[in-house]
Ligand binder design. Structure first.
Ligand code: ARG
Length: 469
């Protein structure tokens, strides 16, 4: 006992040791250290501009902060839990290093606007990596889809054979999910990119600092509009974890399919040994553990979202210490999602399709019954009646243990005298998929076009990302 507290003026007693460790957050919020130091440097500049610091005081602070960055990066910085959090650790060490000028740095700010600024910036900067990995995943999806534009597989509803589709079309459905996730991430980025500094503890500051100066040094788009809201708002963290949860939900759905497809019951795909693991007891096993883990981790991230919503829902304005509990789950959600997207890209690249097995299953269960009904509609029958006639045809085929196209024309004519020989052309799997050639359909030519359009968009995004890097 005990490090002198920066807020210790009004206290005569020392902090209970258990309380000291219970309230400390430095063991996890030290991840904000570098961004927090950069924010302090920008804040010092606003103090200089407002003539609150002299040039020499400002220089001393900047040199001191530079030294701290070196120590933080080299691992020489000694984090002290008695100083609570990352902000107090940095400020206390700066004062130790440069003396009096360091004691002026906290003028016109509070840890409340400080943590809001550092946390926002950290998330803005660290979500860029996720964006790039999502684009890489999309690239793998496009490459895989491009080699399967003509590979027929069963499309399912209710996990029952529904209509034939192509494997390329299915992979492009995954692509679309991540496209929307990327758009959500951009929206979030725009809303989060506002500068809290100047809000101070809750009511704003009485010092003549220019809030826009800090904003522009740190690269924020604008300044926040209400000081109370600014220091208590954690929507930006919750919204990010909402986006991450949606990404994980999508990954989990894809993984569920990978797991099903790899089961011999489907036998649609195989994965290379390097992406699978074995069983400690059953020598024959090769398991899709990576996919299962992504599915499992989605629960963890979605749990964090629930945790954050619960954390906020009872808080009166403005800042409350509850908010310190936001960081671990947000950090973990970001790390877990990032890792999971990387793993998914490996899985997608590793998928090797087994077209013969896909075709075998795609042929079962009368998947072209809808095409037969559509044929009747084109020959003047109302859809509801066509549906009923084809239902009877399915029932007859089941009775005879044959597929729809194996029924004879005479048998079909018994059900409707509109049938003629040309109906058999649309009962093939190839005929069925080729007929769906509108934008968004599964026809091979359409899927080729969809892949080309997506590749143009993706190349643009990748260029933009590397230009910003
Ligand atoms: N460590 C705190 C947090 O993460 C910083 C803000 C602090 N506090 C205060 N006691 N007003 O929320």
């Amino acid at each position: 006992m005990s490090t002198k507290k920066l807020w210790g003026g009004r206290f005569s007693g020392t902090t209970n040791e258990f309380v000291e460790s219970f309230t400390a957050s430095v063991h996890f919020d030290k991840r904000l250290a570098e961004v927090d130091v950069r924010c302090s440097r920008a804040h010092a500049k606003t103090l200089l501009t407002a003539s609150i610091l002299s040039q020499s005081e400002y220089d001393a602070i900047v040199n001191g902060l530079d030294q701290l960055i070196t120590d933080i990066q080299s691992g020489d910085f000694r984090w002290d839990p008695a100083l609570e959090d990352v902000h107090m650790n940095i400020e206390a060490r700066l004062i130790e290093l440069i003396g009096e000028p360091g004691r002026k740095l906290h003028t016109a700010r509070s840890r409340n606007d400080q943590v809001a600024s550092s946390f926002r910036l950290f998330l803005l900067e660290n979500s860029d990596g996720l964006r790039t990995t999502l684009l890489n995943l999309q690239e793998e999806l496009l490459n895989k889809a491009a080699s399967h534009t003509h590979t027929i597989m069963p499309g399912f509803t209710h996990l029952q054979n529904a209509q034939p589709i192509t494997f390329g079309h299915h992979l492009m459905a995954w692509f679309e999910m991540f496209d929307r996730d990327l758009a959500r991430l951009s929206d979030w980025h725009r809303r989060t990119n506002v500068s809290p500094m100047g809000s101070a503890a809750l009511a704003g500051t009485s010092y003549p600092i220019d809030r826009r100066e800090f904003q522009s040094i740190m690269g924020f788009e604008s300044v926040t509009r209400n000081s109370l809201d600014t220091v208590s708002d954690r929507d930006f963290a919750i919204e990010l974890v909402g986006v991450l949860s949606t990404i994980m939900m999508h990954l989990s759905r894809c993984c569920e399919e990978v797991i099903l497809w790899m089961s011999p019951a489907f036998g649609f795909i195989s994965l290379p040994d390097e992406l699978c693991t074995g069983s400690s007891i059953m020598p024959q096993k090769k398991n899709p553990d990576v996919a299962e883990l992504i599915r499992g981790k989605s629960g963890r991230v979605i749990g964090h979202l629930n945790g954050l919503l619960m954390l906020m829902k009872g808080q009166p304005l403005a800042y409350n210490r509850d908010n310190q509990e936001d960081k671990e789950s947000v950090f973990d959600a970001l790390d877990t999602t990032h890792q999971s997207v990387i793993a998914m890209a490996l899985l997608v690249a590793g998928i090797s399709a087994i077209p013969s097995r896909m075709l075998e299953l795609a042929s079962q269960g009368h998947p072209t019954a809808t095409d037969m009904a559509d044929w009747l509609v084109r020959h003047g029958i109302a859809f509801r009646s066509a549906h009923e006639i084809c239902g009877k045809a399915v029932s007859l085929a089941n009775e005879r243990k044959v597929e729809l196209h194996e029924l004879t024309l005479d048998e079909l004519k018994e059900l409707s005298d509109s049938f003629d020989e040309s109906v058999f052309e649309c009962l093939t799997l190839e005929g069925s998929i080729a007929a769906r050639k509108h934008p968004g359909g599964t026809a091979p030519d359409t899927v080729v076009e969809a892949i080309e359009a997506a590749r143009t968009r993706l190349t643009l995004q990748l260029k933009r990302t590397s230009a910003n890097a």
